[in-house]
Design a binder for this molecule. Structure first.
Ligand code: NAD
Length: 461
């Protein structure tokens, strides 16, 4: 199949490369020429484990192409997957400007392509326009109208929301828990069902449904996952107040099969390019429909507060007891982990950015280390922070360490070495990576989430 991916970001690049890997001829289109130039030089614009090798293999085989030339990208395509961003607008709604911009391009391309009697068999077949971006219910209909306003030639709409996780994107796409395809035309459904067959050989389901339901599945899934995270963070905060230990509470609670243990880890709240904006978009969908979304409003609020609750621990430790923001002038604070989660360089809505911003606002010198996210962070914080070459280096002369991302390499550090390097052995652990008993024995002051801190007066382990 000739496929065009519109938008060569985390979703378009990964899914396009995987489609090429099963023998399709794939063109990845992006309006960001620097991204396309990078890809054509053989460099990936994003970090995703395994992606570089997969791109190289499929480019070499002649099945994967990158371009910023819209006309050539759309001309041959039998299926066009829209994978552009859908960020929040100022009111929290999904901003559809990139989606509708792509729709206009596609409408123009269909109109100027050879007509039903011209071209080859592929060109005579109606193109499938599948929306992979996460969009509010009703967007498919808007895209259809935008295209139809520019051409009378046939095309078929589909909704094909994407469920991959950054950091495990290739494995997720190649072995999906499920594939969701929303259609209004059975022919489009059959063609997309065929396209996905190589990825569901182990029997994972392809659900074919109507388009509004397919659009809603994605929001419902992300809203549910975000709810779990805010739920456990709220319980963790209660644990802190009542001297309960969230780790013990999790063990007791999650052994109930109805509850399960996925996505129930306390921390700094969810970040990334999906959950924050998708929860807000769901709330806006409710507002527009006149239906309250009290639960999702609370999920969002708890998530926002979680970062403030953590920063308040730093203020209390360094402050003068007045309860306000502490002055950190002259303090050097090490930060381990910038990416919003491990195995990605994505820092969009990352808790680390909020926390580093708060540290800078209080006058601290911040020295951060992340295995892959320095470049992305530089685009947000520039040279306002220092970057260390490795995790131990970040600790040299530090008055405290703040752990923001649970990368594997932070899980078993040499604590004696850390203590020697630091000016003061204080750790604020936003991911609960360390055992309190071990931290006390190593002589650290240790703050975590949903567990009693280890401070001057040793508490029970
Ligand atoms: N990142 C994820 O983990 C993930 C997972 C599932 C779903 N999604 C959804 O997929 C969508 C894309 O997310 P992403 O993280 O890949 O975004 P991204 O920002 O990484 O990539 C989007 C790309 O689209 C390009 N673009 C914009 N307008 C264009 C146009 N008219 N023609 C061609 N290219 C254009 C941009 O230049 C950018 O490179 C969003 O709706 C997101 O919610 C993301």
């Amino acid at each position: 199949m000739h496929i065009t991916m519109v938008g060569t970001g985390y979703v378009g690049l990964v899914t396009g490369t995987c489609f090429a890997n099963t023998g399709n001829d794939v063109t990845c289109l992006d309006v960001d020429e620097s991204k396309i130039e990078k890809l054509n030089r053989g460099e990936s614009p994003i970090y995703e484990p395994g992606l570089d090798a997969l791109i190289a293999r499929n480019v070499k085989a002649g099945r994967l192409h990158f371009t910023s030339d819209k006309a050539s990208a759309y001309e041959q395509a039998e299926a066009i997957f829209i994978c552009v961003g859908t960020p929040s607008d100022a009111d929290g709604r999904a901003d559809l400007k990139y989606i509708l911009g792509a729709a206009a391009d596609i409408g123009d391309a269909i109109e100027s392509a050879p007509g039903a009697t011209g071209g080859d068999a592929n060109e005579r077949r109606a193109k499938i326009i599948a929306i992979k971006s996460t969009v509010p219910v009703g967007t498919n209909a808007k895209v259809k109208a935008e295209i139809a306003a520019r051409t009378n030639k046939p095309f078929q709409m589909a909704s094909n929301p994407e469920f991959l996780k950054e950091g495990a994107a290739i494995a997720d796409f190649q072995k999906p828990d499920r594939v969701v395809i929303g259609i209004e035309d059975e022919g489009a459904g059959r063609r997309l069902w065929d396209l996905y067959q190589p990825f569901v050989r182990q029997g994972n389901p392809i659900f074919i449904m109507d388009i509004p339901s397919a659009e809603m599945v994605k929001y419902a899934s992300n809203a549910m996952l975000a709810t779990k995270i805010s739920f456990i963070n709220e319980i963790a905060n209660l644990c802190e107040h009542y001297q309960a230990d969230i780790d013990e509470v999790r063990r007791g609670m999650c052994s109930d099969k109805r509850i399960g243990n996925q996505f129930l880890y306390p921390g700094l709240g969810y970040g990334g390019s999906c959950f924050p904006k998708d929860v807000l978009a769901c709330i806006s969908m409710g507002d527009e429909a006149g239906h309250g979304t009290a639960l999702l409003r609370a999920v969002h609020e708890v998530n926002q507060d979680q970062r403030g609750t953590f920063i308040a621990k730093i203020d209390r430790h360094f402050g003068d007891g007045s309860g306000g923001p502490a002055s950190l002038a002259g303090k050097r604070i090490a930060v381990w982990g910038i990416a919003f989660k491990p195995h990605t360089d994505d820092v969009r809505e990352a808790p680390s950015i909020t926390i580093m911003q708060a540290l800078l606002d209080r006058g601290a010198t911040v020295v951060a280390y992340d295995p892959v996210a320095h470049e992305s962070c530089e685009q947000v914080l520039g040279d306002r922070i220092e970057y260390a070459d490795d995790a131990p280096d970040a600790l040299d002369g530090a008055d405290a360490l703040v752990v923001c991302t649970d990368w594997d390499e932070f899980k078993h550090p040499d604590m004696d070495d850390a203590k020697r390097r630091m000016k003061d052995p204080v750790v604020f652990d936003g991911r609960n990576l360390y055992r309190r008993k071990a931290m006390r024995e190593s002589g650290f002051t240790y703050y975590c989430v949903g567990r009693e801190p280890v401070v001057d007066e040793p508490a029970t382990a």
